[in-house]
Write a protein that binds this ligand. Structure first.
Ligand SMILES: [Fe+2]
Ligand SMILES: [Fe+2]
Length: 258
């Protein structure tokens, strides 16, 4: 079974390119399931109902979020028990939405967990304990568990990879918008990559026009984030799972561009 993992979709440029490229990738790579991070899909901040609808129409099976989960009010309408839009599980108890979902594909029960780091992001509950607890809760109802760890520090991400090695089929990172080249199968069998990268404008600083960010770094003045457009790229990875053992056999980075 092949699962396509798509890194942070950023703004209109990212959404348009996903719409354009997804059918081709699915067909070319014989993809069975799609997980996409959409915390920046709508205007770079949050997920609108229209973009949620568009991603579902395109065949995205599970949508994960991150520190921009509540960037738009639409998310409160989008979060239902029935759909597969999840937000970091380690938000404090009582936060709207859910942190994991179980779906059926290719006669397998696939659990997807979204968690968020605490280094340079948000002071929330411990992601390690939250993932450990959730895996314990769903392991008997699932054949395959996949974790999107939305975090900034590569140290925190790699620590999570080793912490969950052997407990999840795959741990992939999102949030930095820059793809890492450390994809591997960890010693106990978990496929791991620190960050899938971003799906959006190729000539940008994490999706935003470079001039704006340069100005911000140089003068520390507040700036309106104008989103870059032009040439787009789609970053992510393809996870191959063995149909018999339910373990990861391969994790391949992809970076498609115009
Ligand atoms: Fe992001
Ligand atoms: Fe993020």
């Amino acid at each position: 079974m092949k699962i396509l993992l798509i890194g942070d979709i950023f703004g209109e440029c990212g959404m348009n390119y996903v719409k354009y490229m997804l059918p081709e990738i699915v067909d070319r790579e014989s993809i069975d399931m799609i997980i996409a991070n959409a915390e920046n899909a709508s205007g770079g901040n949050g997920l609108s109902y229209a973009d949620y609808d568009a991603l579902i129409d395109l065949g995205v099976d599970v949508i994960t979020m991150g520190n921009h989960t509540f960037g738009r009010k639409d998310i409160l309408k989008i979060f239902t028990n029935e759909n597969s839009v999840i937000r970091p599980i380690n938000y404090p108890e009582g936060t709207p939405g859910k942190g994991s979902v179980i779906i059926n594909r290719c006669s397998k029960r696939i659990g997807v967990i979204n968690a968020m780091g605490r280094v340079n992001i948000m002071n929330i509950d411990c992601p390690f304990k939250a993932c450990e607890k959730e895996i314990e809760a769903i392991k008997d109802q699932t054949d395959i568990i996949i974790v999107d760890f939305h975090a900034d520090a590569s140290s925190e991400k790699r620590a999570m990879g080793y912490f969950l090695d052997g407990k999840a089929a795959c741990v992939f990172g999102t949030h930095t918008h820059v793809q890492t080249a450390d994809e591997c199968i960890l010693p106990k069998g978990t496929a791991y990559i620190s960050d899938l990268g971003m799906t959006g404008a190729a000539e940008s600083v994490l999706g935003v026009k470079p001039d704006i960010i340069i100005e911000r770094f140089m003068y520390s003045m507040p700036q309106k984030f104008d989103h870059a457009d032009g040439k787009a790229k789609l970053c992510g990875a393809i996870l191959t799972i063995d149909d018999v053992t339910n373990k990861a056999v391969k994790l391949e980075r992809i970076a498609e561009s115009e």
